[in-house]
Design a binder for this molecule. Structure first.
Ligand SMILES: [Ca+2]
Ligand SMILES: [Ca+2]
Length: 339
């Protein structure tokens, strides 16, 4: 009896092992896809404003891996292959009561008041994950839709900065607001408003920096560190980049949504005309045309700090500004989109 049981049990054991060997890789594959889809964004809230992935089906084919909810939060632009991040609609905390911001108010004339801290409600939008690069901008120039960046204020790379494949993944610089706007239009996008920019940079919780409230360190942003070639190198920091850095070089400084370099590397143009808080998109500061608005020369807001500035310029709420036809070797941009 015992012998007969062994004869039957042995083939069953073999069959079950084979089944196990077959099913394990499939399970692992599903798990891996799910992890990749999660990125740095938490599971999104399901709401009427959440975009529906085009491949979602109520009855997915057995051979297809079901899309995870987070896949709806990323897309890639067909025009310039920019990765884009979905930012849900709703309220966030804009501005600051930070003592640094209060103190700076008394000083730099081109810095603009960040106070008071207040709540702003935005519609959903998409934000570029990275600053627009030389490689991407050159495609727009070659397409005849963009005017080349100014090359008379170069960094050490000289004119090759814009054209060499070595710098294709570095942020484009020396572009005016008009050139930035033209690029985003070519790429079927637009410049972000400064409110959108700030929400994408700091999330909804009013944090001081993209990464949280911890002090600035070497691995969160490209700022003017000890090797910096700009006017005020700071020997207390060593971020490894004397001038601009390839986009996405500081993943530890990513925003809560996963956007890169929203602290440091290059300043970023926004669509917004500087105007005191509270932020109100309907009071004329988001005028699309080059209208006269409080000044003969329309100004626009910059955000995010840069490789030529120190750690105190990396606050997510910091506002800087210039006339729209200004350019500099620390000034670039990223784009946004409503849909
Ligand atoms: Ca640096
Ligand atoms: Ca930046």
């Amino acid at each position: 009896m015992v012998r007969k049981f062994r004869i039957i049990a042995l083939p069953l054991l073999v069959i079950s092992l084979l089944l196990g060997a077959c099913t394990t890789p499939i399970f692992n594959g599903l798990t891996k896809q799910s992890d990749e889809g999660n990125g740095v964004i938490n599971t999104p809230q399901v709401s009427a404003t959440t975009p529906v992935p085009t491949k979602v089906s109520a009855t997915p084919q057995p051979t297809e891996i079901p899309p995870t909810p987070t896949q709806a939060n990323f897309k890639v632009s067909e025009k310039d292959e920019m990765e884009m991040i979905y930012i849900e609609g709703g309220e966030f905390i804009m501005g600051t009561e930070d003592i640094e911001a209060q103190r700076i108010l008394e000083g730099n004339g081109r810095q603009y008041p960040e106070v008071p801290m207040h709540k702003v409600t935005l519609d959903r939008f998409w934000i570029d994950k990275f600053e627009v690069t030389n490689g991407q901008f050159m495609k727009c120039v070659e397409a005849g839709a963009c005017e080349a960046a100014k090359q008379n204020n170069p960094i050490f790379a000289g004119p090759e900065y814009y054209t060499s494949s070595e710098y294709a993944n570095y942020p484009v610089i020396n572009v005016t607001w008009y050139k930035a706007r033209a690029y985003c239009a070519w790429a079927d996008r637009r410049l972000p408003t400064e409110a959108e920019w700030e929400k994408a940079a700091r999330g909804t919780d009013g944090r001081k920096y993209t990464w949280g409230n911890e002090p600035v360190s070497n691995d969160v942003a490209n700022l003017c560190d000890k090797g910096c070639t700009a006017r005020y190198p700071n020997p207390k920091f060593n971020d490894g980049f004397p001038e601009t850095a390839p986009v996405g070089s500081f993943p530890k400084g990513a925003s809560p949504y996963g956007a890169m370099d929203m602290a440091g590397n290059v300043w970023e143009w926004t669509s917004t005309i500087p105007n005191p808080y509270p932020y109100d998109a309907k009071d004329g500061r988001e005028a699309e045309q080059d209208v006269e608005y409080g000044s003969k020369w329309p100004e626009r807001v910059w955000r995010g700090g840069t490789w030529t500035n120190g750690y105190s310029w990396l606050r997510a709420s910091l506002r800087y500004r210039s006339v729209a036809n200004y350019w500099n070797n620390n000034l670039g941009f990223r784009c946004a989109a409503s849909e």
